[in-house]
Design a protein around this ligand. Structure first.
Ligand code: HEM
Length: 340
């Protein structure tokens, strides 16, 4: 009897493991099981972005920080618990991650509609897709694949190991992306996400003392002034989202380029980069290698091409799988694994 129970338990576990690996991602995955779910997600994302466009930038960053660590399995959403106090979101590399409350609200609305059907991992991808689309006025757009399961593991050390640091050299950035099967071109394309959002001064410390051939001295002065104003303030990633007063004082020639609508997702990152006006060392590093530099010029010259290639690269990111043999589930709440 015991042997039969054990055999059945093993079979069930194996089935769950296989399900996690073999689940085929597809467009319209929830058409039958949770009709309209993508509209529910979009409604919430649109409302949040209307209230504050920063939540859109946070979602665009989350797709990267989830998918580069253990694949797109919502491991980045797990809160620390007494059993696992060091989840990914506690890692220093994940400083400033946001939009967790928004994803909780979306999950709760989706659970009301179809309990236990839609994974947090898929909700995150839908939400990031909608955010990228809304922030770009629809220029970045793609059909989102779905059918992922939520992972059961989340470790700060893995986030620290797998995600690139803003102090990385170009060689380190290329190597980091290569480990996930991403090319130099895709590194350049995806870095364009820094057209939106903010960064902490601690993430750009090295830029405050970088030489003039790496950063426009007037911009360096602007950043230094802002960063002196508190223990670790935040600054816009894109100078076009800076406050007019600071730009008028430091780089008056840039005033006409300031944007009325902040956090607009476009190819302005590449123009800023060529002008040595970008926040992170990792951004500037793209100019130090021939192929990467060529792509920076290419996307500065062709915004439509960037919109398309960025969309394709997000789809590629969204396909990163969980580690071989991992088990998955549909979480009830995105912050916690279900009880077993
Ligand atoms: C290439 C290597 C990358 C490095 C080194 C890097 C580094 C950073 C850092 C240090 C921050 C600021 C964190 C803080 O201080 O609060 C940041 C913000 C951001 N990153 Fe990246 N990043 C990289 C690639 C990407 C990619 C691939 C995406 C998305 C496709 C992305 C999207 C964003 C967004 C949208 C923000 C702003 C987030 C917000 O305002 O909430 N980054 N990144």
């Amino acid at each position: 009897m015991m042997r039969t129970v054990a055999a059945v338990a093993v079979a069930v576990l194996l089935a769950a493991a296989v399900a996690a690996e073999a689940s085929e991602l597809k467009v319209g995955y929830y058409d039958k099981s949770c009709r309209g779910v993508e509209n529910v997600v979009k409604w919430h994302v649109a409302r949040a972005i209307k209230a504050n466009r920063k939540s859109g930038a946070a979602l665009v960053r989350l797709i990267f920080h989830d998918c580069f660590v253990r694949g797109c399995d919502a491991s980045v959403l797990l809160d620390p618990t007494p059993e696992n106090p060091d989840t990914e979101k506690t890692a220093p590399i994940n400083i400033g991650l946001a939009a967790f409350d928004l994803l909780d609200d979306i999950k709760s609305a989706v659970e009301d509609r179809c309990p236990g059907v839609v994974s947090c991992a898929d909700i995150l991808i839908f939400a990031a897709r909608d955010a990228a689309s809304l922030l770009s006025n629809g220029h970045v757009h793609f059909d989102a694949l779905a059918g992922r399961l939520d992972g059961m593991h989340s470790h700060a050390a893995e986030a620290q190991q797998d995600l690139p640091d803003s102090t990385f050299t170009i060689a380190e950035l290329i190597q980091n992306f290569k480990r996930k099967n991403f090319t130099i071109e895709e590194l350049v394309i995806l870095s364009g996400a820094h057209a939106v959002g903010v960064g902490h001064c601690s993430s750009l410390r090295a830029r405050l003392t970088a030489p003039a051939d790496q950063i426009l001295p007037a911009y360096r002065g602007l950043l230094a002034g802002k960063c002196a104003k508190g223990p670790d303030p935040i600054v816009p990633n894109n100078i076009r989202d800076e406050d007019a007063g600071a730009v008028a004082a430091a780089i008056p020639g840039f005033l006409p380029k300031l944007r009325k609508v902040k956090d607009f997702l476009d190819n302005s990152y590449y123009h800023n980069n060529l002008a040595r006006i970008v926040t992170f060392n990792s951004d500037w590093q793209l100019l130090t290698e021939k192929e990467a530099r060529g792509h920076v010029h290419e996307y500065a010259d062709n915004g439509t091409l960037w919109d398309e290639d960025f969309s394709d690269s997000l789809v590629k990111l969204s396909k990163l799988p969980m580690p071989h043999g991992s088990k998955g589930e549909i979480r009830k709440m995105c912050r916690f694994v279900n009880h077993h």
